[in-house]
Design a protein around this ligand. Structure first.
Ligand code: GAR
Length: 200
């Protein structure tokens, strides 16, 4: 059985879409995969409540607790790796996990980590993707699921979905249109990845 761990920081709507797809399509039965835990760096985020309501184990690791460490980012990532390794993750799914990961952490889980980013990468890595797409006059926007590599928002692309940018769009309207596609794209991309890894 493959273990998936989903990392979140906020509302957890992508995590919810993935868990619901796993439950609907019976991933343990057909894909030999289970969602072992949902982990957040924000103990009070709404996504953790959603995960618990779906019957998934949750854990949190507050990044603010590492603020006084000599190297806060490395200290947090080391503690996160300890936590994750207790779940023996075969796939780590970043779903709105708003932390920049250290190269050492990324190397430790090389080939085992995927992310969703709300733009058509390689356009608009980083933050404020929808605002930047509107300001640039883009006629289309979208979302990318990609493998995680050391360079932020730059790993090999697994799948993308495109939405129109409509006249009068603001950041909120465009974000909602993209998010609806995220909820379809991410579970599908993960399911395909797991299927490809199934023994013949
Ligand atoms: C999603 O739009 C996701 O693509 C984005 O954060 C949101 C999380 O929403 N991720 C990033 O910006 C990562 N660079 P959710 O918590 O409701 O899934």
């Amino acid at each position: 059985m493959k273990n998936l761990v989903i990392l979140i920081s906020g509302s957890g709507s992508n995590m919810q879409a993935i868990v619901q797809a796993a439950q609907r399509d019976d991933w343990p039965g057909c894909l030999h995969a289970r969602i072992a835990a949902v982990v957040s760096n924000r103990p009070d985020c709404a996504g953790l409540d959603k995960a618990r309501a779906l019957g998934i184990a949750t854990e949190s690791l507050d990044h603010r607790a590492f603020a006084n460490a000599p190297e806060p980012r490395a200290a947090f990532d080391a503690a996160l790796a300890d936590l994750l390794d207790r779940h023996a993750p075969d796939l780590i799914v970043l779903a709105g996990f708003m932390r920049i990961l250290t190269p050492g952490f990324v190397r430790r889980y090389a080939g085992r980590m995927v992310n969703i980013h709300p733009s058509l990468l390689p356009a608009f890595p980083g933050l404020h993707t929808h605002r930047r797409a509107i300001e640039a006059g883009c006629r289309v926007a979208g979302v990318t699921v990609h493998r995680v590599t050391e360079e932020l928002d730059h790993g090999p692309i697994l799948d993308q979905a495109v939405v129109p940018v409509l006249p009068g769009d603001d950041e909120t309207r465009l974000a909602a249109r993209v998010l609806a596609q995220e909820h379809l794209l991410y579970p599908r991309a993960i399911e395909r990845l797991l299927r490809e890894q199934l023994p013949p």
